[in-house]
Design a protein around this ligand. Structure first.
Ligand code: SAH
Ligand code: SF4
Ligand code: F3S
Length: 438
């Protein structure tokens, strides 16, 4: 009987992709995936540390596994991901959850199969953390979540050290993959049926594949790949979004007309304290350039509310910026203190009730703009890459437009994985409703 596994993933697409790689490696070893964690021989928890509630959810999940481990000592528990790159987390696990079998970090997932073997065969408990990434390991398999679209890492790590953020400490310094490796991977994906790729990096604008390949050059090269239909990327940092990249939006027909451009705050004073290296005006200028060069481009962003020292005036600058940019959607976060980051030491932490009150005002504004923008789609024909069927009604399909809008419509299962023209019948706050063209 083959062994079974289950992976729980917290966090961003980097983690999602790491989980796909771990699944790929286990499938190669003959393991089988199971839907429920309680049915698995090996349970893997891939953690995120970006905000405190992510940490809390992880320890909650570990607590749940304790009983299962007691009932069946052969059950293997592996924990990995960003939290494991922090010594205080490792110390807590060793002290409070000593029954965890394998602990490993973000830089050595390629060692995962070996660690599992050791745990299964020799009952060996292991903690294997690399403090920073070495050479990039190429050629690891991956089991994709979707058949028609794939996540592709182009770089690892982050050098920006925004003062609130843990990622540079958990993912190490920036390292770019060579363009040939990326192109080879994408060609293989396309021959496996992939139509859309999402290029991943914490700051794709600082990609340097070799002396003559920056991020825009990479896009031009990927745009040449036959059979590939759509290219997306995330995340790009406003501080080094080049004119050359804006031109790539104009020139590359496969590059989707959509950009996620995290602003974090609309106050130049707060942006400086966050170490973001741009001002409100510089950001607005950049947005104006993008909108002028790429008519109809859709935009999303990330915003942190209640960064230490944020005053009502600072927050109003954020509201003002949101009104000016008119984002299609935005992720909003309450500032969360992260151990080891510079902002942890900042005085003037904003009171919880003030943070929440500002957060609600911001979300109301963002949602009203999203609803207005989506309402304008009514009657339009949009090309949708159909991703799957709804869990509750198999006739309801969903997919994304070029501009990354989620569309629900009635169709048949054979449409999944294809690009299909859909007539938009209604724009809601978070999605569009549509119907097939007669
Ligand atoms: N590299 C990406 C973001 C990675 S983290 C970028 O630079 O945009 C995703 C988002 O989490 C960030 O954009 C930020 O808005 C949010 N975030 C990061 N640290 C946070 C913290 N300490 N508290 C609240 N939100 C945070
Ligand atoms: Fe974090 Fe800033 Fe790096 Fe993004 S760019 S991962 S927010 S340090
Ligand atoms: Fe979380 Fe790590 Fe991503 S901290 S957001 S999983 S890079």
């Amino acid at each position: 009987m083959s062994k079974t596994f289950h992976i729980t993933t917290f966090g961003c697409q980097m983690n999602e992709h790491d989980s796909e790689v771990m699944a790929g490696m286990l499938l190669e070893k003959g393991f089988e995936p199971v839907k429920e964690r309680r049915d698995a021989d090996v349970a893997i928890i891939n953690t995120c540390s970006v905000r405190e509630n992510a940490d809390k959810r992880f320890f909650g999940t570990l607590g749940q596994l304790k009983r299962r481990k007691k009932e069946n000592p052969d059950f293997i528990v592996c924990v990995c991901g960003c939290m494991m790159q922090q010594q205080h987390v490792i110390d807590t696990i060793k002290a409070k959850y000593p029954w965890v079998d394998i602990i490993f970090g973000t830089h050595n997932i390629h060692q995962f199969p070996e660690l599992v073997d050791n745990a299964l065969n020799e009952k060996k408990k292991q903690v294997e953390i690399w403090p920073d990434g070495g050479e990039i390991v190429e050629g690891l398999p991956a089991k994709r979540l979707f058949d028609c679209k794939a996540l592709v890492n182009i770089m690892f790590g982050c050098n920006n050290f925004c003062t609130y953020c843990i990622v540079p400490y958990t993912r190490g310094r920036e390292r770019s993959r060579r363009p040939e490796e990326i192109i080879k991977e994408v060609r293989n994906l396309v021959s496996d049926g992939v139509k859309e790729i999402m290029l991943l990096g914490q700051n794709v604008n600082s990609y340097r594949g070799d002396e003559k390949t920056d991020f825009a050059d990479l896009l031009y090269r990927l745009n040449e790949i036959d059979g590939l239909e759509r290219i997306r990327f995330m995340t790009s940092h406003p501080k080094d979004l080049s004119d050359k990249l804006i031109q790539a939006f104009v020139d590359c027909d496969k590059l989707c007309k959509n950009i996620h451009l995290p602003v974090q705050s609309g106050s130049s004073r707060i942006l400086k304290r966050m170490n973001r290296k741009y001002t409100k005006d510089a950001y607005l200028e950049l947005v104006a350039k993008l909108k002028a060069a790429v008519p109809g481009i859709t935009m999303s962003t990330d915003i942190i509310v209640g960064f230490p020292g944020e005053t009502e005036e600072d927050f109003e600058e954020t509201l003002d910026l949101v009104r000016k940019v008119r984002y299609d959607s935005a992720f909003t976060f309450l500032y969360s203190i992260r151990k080891g980051t510079p902002a942890e030491k900042y005085e003037e932490q904003v009171a919880e009730d003030v943070k929440h009150e500002r957060f609600n005002r911001l979300v109301d504004l963002i949602n009203s703009i999203s609803a207005e923008k989506n309402a304008q789609y009514t009657g339009r024909i949009e090309r949708v890459l159909v991703e799957g069927a709804s869990k509750t009604n198999s006739k309801t399909l969903s997919g994304r437009t070029d501009g990354f809008k989620l569309v629900n419509f009635e169709g048949t299962k054979d449409m999944i994985g294809n690009l299909i023209d859909v007539e938009i019948t209604e724009g809601k706050t978070f999605s569009l409703e549509g119907r097939l063209r007669k």
